[in-house]
Structures are given as C-alpha cells and as structure tokens.
Write a protein that binds this ligand. Structure first.
Ligand SMILES: Nc1ncnc2c1ncn2[C@@H]1O[C@H](COP(=O)(O)OP(=O)(O)OP(=O)(O)O)[C@@H](O)[C@H]1O
Ligand SMILES: [Mg+2]
Length: 135
C-alpha cells in the first residue's frame, strides 16, 4: 500500500515542532518502533531548521511530504531558497569543533546518522532533501 501526507509550514519559530507531531503519527501508523520515531523526529527538525535558517526563501515556507511505501517511510523536505553545494560542506569533527569558535555544522551529519538514507538535491532555486527510514 502507498499513501502520503503533505504539509506546508510557514517559517515561524516552533513550526518545526508541529511537523514532528505529524511525523510521529504517520510513523506510528506504520508501526515503526519508538526509537526509530525519535530518530525521525530529530532528523526532521534538523532539516526544517536548516530550511528556516539558511534557505532565505522569499515565500518563507517549508514543504514536507511523508510517503508511506510498504515498510518504508520517505520524507521529503523542500524549500525554494538560495540552495547550497553539499559537496562543499566540510564534515564536522568533534576534536576540531572543541577548539573552534564555531560549534555549529552538525545538522547534516545528524540527519545522515539517524536515517537509513539522506539524499540532498540543491541548486539556486532551492533545496530538496529526501530521507528514508525502514520499519
Ligand atoms: N536548506 C538549506 N538551504 C541553504 N543552505 C543550507 C540548507 N541546509 C543546509 N545548508 C547549508 O549547509 C550548512 C550545513 O548545515 P548543518 O545543518 O550541517 O549545519 P548548520 O545548520 O550550520 O549548524 P547546526 O545544524 O549544527 O545548527 C549550513 O550552514 C548551510 O550553509
Ligand atoms: Mg543545521
């Protein structure tokens, strides 16, 4: 069976938390266990925060789609902002971060470590992230 839920949120503070409630409902309906649901929620917050903080989207919206494909949950997070080149983002290293004045740059790594797969598609017109989790 295949089903989907779509939603668009304004880039207002705390809206990313609302998204995690819907994510949890969808994942529960698919019978994913609690740990996996928590991982999905965290990865999703990071993706939404990135869109909100970095995209400079003029419409100021984040578009989210949950696709339930058998035992696989696919989540697509999209913004129509400035985009970025993921290959130019240096992977954070804790030993270096401790010494550095900038402690940030963990979001993408967190997403990749929590989800089964994360695919980033980004260009000048915006960013699309497809992340999946299996039951
Ligand atoms: N949706 C997006 N639009 C534009 N740039 C993005 C987007 N998502 C990520 N980026 C770019 O990728 C960089 C790395 O993102 P990442 O989430 O790993 O770190 P961060 O957001 O800078 O810090 P942290 O997530 O630790 O608070 C960002 O600093 C930004 O330059
Ligand atoms: Mg981030």
């Amino acid at each position: 069976m295949e089903d989907e839920v779509t939603l668009t949120i304004p880039m207002h503070h705390d809206m990313e938390l609302e998204v995690t409630r819907i994510a949890a409902s969808v994942a529960e309906a698919m019978r994913l266990d609690k740990d996996k649901i928590d991982e999905i929620k965290l990865a999703l917050i990071e993706a939404c925060l990135n869109a909100i903080e970095h995209s400079k989207s003029e419409e100021k919206k984040v578009h989210i789609k949950f696709k339930m494909i058998g035992d696989r949950l696919e989540i697509i997070i999209k913004d129509y902002g400035v985009g970025f080149d993921p290959s130019k983002i240096k992977e954070p290293k804790i030993e270096e971060k401790i010494k550095s004045p900038s402690k940030r740059g963990w979001g993408l790594k967190i997403m990749r470590s929590l989800m089964d797969s994360v695919v980033i598609n980004s260009h000048k017109g915006g960013t699309k992230i497809v992340m999946t989790k299996r039951r």
